[in-house]
Design a protein around this ligand. Structure first.
Ligand code: SF4
Length: 121
């Protein structure tokens, strides 16, 4: 078994037989280093939805989006959030105060060129 495969199968808190906790910590650190990093954009730190139940933003099919949109309405990073969703083709949830259907409509209005969110939105 290669080291990488072994590292991928180390459950949290598990130590190799005959090894110390330090070895397990080192294995965890090595595992972390192998994971692809997807940095959260800086604007997310100013998001109104920090600490809000994420389920609100990903309602069941046909569920209400009203409460999530209320949270977005006063969000100072709404434009950045919407632009991020459009740039990354986020297919689910409320982003920048818009549902997936509303974002799809926005994209359709602009043939080909990526949609740029302006202050007017
Ligand atoms: S616009 Fe809405 S979903 Fe986006 S960061 Fe702000 S509160 Fe969160």
């Amino acid at each position: 078994m290669s080291d990488i495969v072994r590292l991928l199968h180390v459950p949290a808190g598990w130590t190799w037989p005959g090894s110390s906790e330090a070895t397990a910590d080192a294995a965890s650190a090595a595992f972390e280093a192998l994971l692809p990093r997807r940095q959260a954009p800086a604007w997310q730190r100013a998001a109104n939805c920090l600490g809000v139940d994420p389920d609100l933003f990903f309602p069941e099919r046909g569920g209400s989006t009203r409460e999530a949109k209320e949270v977005c309405r006063g969000c100072v990073v709404r434009q950045e959030c919407l632009q991020y969703a459009l740039d990354n083709s986020e297919k689910f949830g409320i982003w920048g105060g818009l549902s997936e259907r509303e974002r799809r409509r926005l994209r359709r209005r602009r043939d080909g060129a990526p949609y740029r969110v302006s202050r007017a939105c």
